[in-house]
Design a protein. Structure first.
Length: 314
């Protein structure tokens, strides 16, 4: 369930004009910008962009980039992009880092539906004139490259059908690959990157029934092994996306110095989807509201914007 609170039929022309007034002249009226765009859904924001460009012959996102600063600017501009474009930008930033942030790529390939992932890949090609697979291959190496390129390159079957015999046999394959003297990453990559989510869930259930614990507990993360870390993330994303996002947010807020990139990514991408459930999980896990935690660890317009997306009302 979404946390975004949006009116049903706002006027995109009136919104565009109000935003124009907010960015004209000396200084920017950030409160007006937040009051409008943090209460508009993806379709409404798209219509505002169209209206703004038609009236003022100017791209609204570029204007906002020039008017706003810091984490607030990044969050607002990501929010204003169409969802597939936003995810493509996040993927490109993640890939081009000194060390590829595999979490972003894994989230897209293991939580998103095949059609959603395909839309992101199309947006990526339109924006960067390369395929996502091409850039991943250029900026990663070894088993991590094999895994991420395979995850992004697969169009998973999205149905609910499950082969019980296959689930049972592949649970054994995964166990042998993980618990042997040397972890056989090729077999893990093959199974995790090709099977449907329903089939993988059946395999994970067989694994727990056969070996008495979850596969994620057997697959101990090694900080020096990026591929295993990415596999561990993939298993979490497939097994329980909401629990995964709650853990990611908790880690971003609890580490010394808040990880604003992660905080922005999760809140901006989930506010129209399932952020309410993620907030509920956060409260159950920490006994404090996510709104309170975000408000404590952020400040200024950035804080106001995130809290508004979280559904917080003064």
């Amino acid at each position: 369930m979404a946390t975004l609170i949006a009116p049903k039929h706002p006027s995109p022309v009136a919104d565009a004009e109000a935003i124009r007034n907010a960015v004209q002249g000396l200084g920017t009226n950030e409160k007006t910008i937040i009051a409008i765009i943090a209460h508009r859904n993806a379709v409404q924001r798209k219509l505002i962009r169209y209206a703004y460009e038609e009236i003022y012959q100017e791209d609204l996102v570029k204007r906002l980039e020039s008017e706003l600063t810091g984490e607030f600017e990044k969050a607002v501009c990501r929010w204003m992009l169409e969802p597939a474009d936003r995810d493509a930008v996040s993927a490109n930033v993640a890939i081009k880092q000194l060390t590829c942030d595999h979490r972003v790529i894994t989230e897209l390939s293991c939580i998103y539906s095949p059609e959603e992932l395909l839309a992101v890949k199309r947006a990526y090609q339109a924006l960067y004139k390369h395929s996502m697979e091409e850039d991943l291959a250029a900026h990663t190496s070894g088993d991590l490259r094999k895994l991420l390129v395979a995850l992004v390159g697969t169009y998973r079957y999205d149905g609910d059908e499950v082969n019980g015999k296959l689930a049972n046999s592949e649970a054994k394959v995964l166990h042998n690959a993980i618990k042997g003297e040397v972890i056989v990453q090729d077999e893990i990559i093959r199974i995790v990157s090709t099977r449907s989510k329903a089939q993988l869930m059946a395999t994970f259930n067989c694994y727990k029934a056969q070996y008495g614990t979850s596969i994620t507990k057997h697959l101990v993360e090694d900080p020096a092994n990026q591929c295993l870390a990415a596999v561990h993330t993939a298993l979490q994303c497939i097994n329980n996306p909401l629990k995964y996002y709650e853990k990611v947010l908790r880690s971003a807020l609890n580490k010394p110095g808040t990880d604003e990139d992660v905080l922005t990514r999760v809140i901006v991408t989930r506010a129209e989807k399932d952020l309410k459930e993620i907030k509920d999980l956060y409260y159950k896990r920490t006994s404090q509201s996510l709104d309170h935690a975000v408000g404590k660890d952020t400040s200024g317009d950035y804080k106001s914007f995130l809290l508004t997306l979280l559904g917080h009302q003064d």
